[in-house]
Write a protein that binds this ligand. Structure first.
Ligand code: 6GU
Length: 227
């Protein structure tokens, strides 16, 4: 898979993309990144990428031209899935991560300031938000999306780290986990986990998943219709 990012702050990306699981996925050629500063595609003398809004009002609006020119410069851009990152987008969920992970090439466009010239939306396929709060720009949203998509690509996680038991994988939360020591400050590990009875342990985990989802995320619980 290839992920292209259009951003005015390309230096926000390398640290996170060069660590841990994403770094390993790159080394194994499972993912390739291309980070483009769309300021480089401004055609005016001062390389501006924004201007004051028509009709007046505060702040600056990102111009359509540099973004359009940057998109056209991307090899294979016609067939790539082009995604605009804004607080007005569809709320990002694990189900969307699974869908994105099936694409060969996605393009993430990060905005700043008061938003994009509305005409940018003519050239994209999907608009996403990572939740109901406002970020100063789309970069952190792009990184959240990248991280969640890359770990779903075949071969990225070993079977030990597998995503199939993740929270949200089947619209439910994870069960509680414990490791050594058996007792800490009087807090004991549940007896069943020490029993060696795999059937009992699996039953307990399933029960805890349902209990947790019901208590913490009644919305998810209702959706999956467990009791
Ligand atoms: Cl994608 N961008 C910005 N600027 N703020 C956000 C967001 C995106 N998602 C949630 N808040």
């Amino acid at each position: 898979m290839k992920i292209t990012v259009l951003s005015l702050f390309p230096e926000m990306f390398p640290t996170i993309l060069n660590e841990s699981i994403i770094k390993r996925a790159k080394e194994n050629n499972l993912i390739e990144f291309e980070i483009i500063n769309f300021r480089d595609f401004s055609t005016n003398k001062h390389h501006t990428v924004d201007d004051t809004p028509y009709g007046g009002g505060a702040g600056m609006v990102l111009s359509v031209e540099p973004i359009y020119n940057a998109l056209l410069s991307i090899k294979g851009y016609e067939s790539a899935l082009k995604i605009l990152l804004t607080p007005q987008g569809k709320t990002y969920k694990q189900a969307i991560a699974k869908e994105l992970a099936t694409n060969d090439h996605i393009i993430l466009i990060c905005g700043h300031y008061e938003g994009f010239d509305e005409r940018v939306r003519e050239y994209i396929d999907l608009e996403l938000s990572i939740g109901d709060y406002v970020l100063t720009g789309g970069e952190i949203a792009a990184l959240a999306i990248i991280d969640s998509v890359v770990r779903l690509l075949p071969g990225v996680l070993g079977s030990k780290e597998s995503y199939e038991k993740d929270s949200f994988y089947e619209d439910s939360l994870d069960y509680p986990q414990y490791t050594k020591p058996r007792e800490f400050n009087g807090l004991k590990v549940p007896e069943v986990l020490l029993s060696g009875n795999h059937k009992k342990i699996a039953e307990w985990r399933e029960e805890m998943k349902i209990k947790r989802t019901k208590e913490r995320r009644p919305d998810l619980h209702k959706k999956t219709n467990q009791n």
